[in-house]
Write a protein that binds this ligand. Structure first.
Ligand code: SF4
Length: 199
């Protein structure tokens, strides 16, 4: 029978063999090695596997996220493990140190998960709702654009530019989000726009 293996299945099988050899070298007996080899393929069997892209940089390595909890049944997904996607053409299963630390990033107690504002004169940031944050951002953008937008330059040539506000976008988005971000920013006439991925 001509059996087809995906790259991931091949690496998984190779990993089991390597793990067995390594465990033997560490002094484990045959029974322990056999148990480890039997258990390893099933260590994540009861989890949900989700493909995604590492959000740290524009290399955009493929990752596999393993979580407990079925979101389709209303459970909150709890991510247990993240590893490189062996089938992804960009990284073929490898991750750099930043990508290897993704689980720590997801679980970090220091992770910012809500908008915050530092009011004039205050020395601390306070959490606000998305509604408040977006309204305030829109208000400040509109006021600044109304005040500083240049329709023509000093020679009367149409330039339609706005240079008093800068935009910094994140690469942790899909291509579609990046395209829409670009169109929104440029359609307002903004020239000062950057992104670590240079969209
Ligand atoms: S794993 Fe490293 S190289 Fe790959 S996208 Fe993430 S940060 Fe970039």
């Amino acid at each position: 029978m001509n059996q087809q293996f995906s790259r991931r299945q091949f690496l998984g099988a190779a990993g089991i063999g390597t793990a067995g050899t390594a465990l033997g070298a560490l002094g484990f007996g045959d029974a322990e090695v056999a148990l480890a080899q039997a258990v390893r393929p099933y260590r994540l069997a009861s989890t949900t596997e989700t493909r995604n892209t590492c959000t740290y940089c524009s290399v955009a390595c493929g990752i596999l996220i393993f979580s407990k909890g079925d979101v389709h049944k209303g459970d909150k997904a709890d991510i247990l493990h993240i590893e490189g996607d062996a089938d992804h053409p960009t990284n073929r299963g490898t991750l750099c140190p930043k990508g290897s630390g993704l689980l720590g990033f997801v679980k970090s107690p220091n992770r910012l998960v809500e908008p915050r504002i530092r009011k004039p004169g205050s020395d601390k940031f306070e959490p606000v709702s998305w509604e408040v944050a977006l309204d305030r951002v829109a208000r400040l953008l509109k006021d600044d654009r109304d005040k500083n937008f240049l329709a023509t330059n000093k020679d009367g040539v149409t330039v339609n530019r706005w240079t008093s506000t800068a935009f910094l976008a994140a690469s942790a988005t899909s291509n579609e989000t990046a395209t829409v971000t670009y169109k929104v920013v440029r359609s307002m006439g903004a020239l000062v726009f950057d992104n670590q991925a240079r969209v």
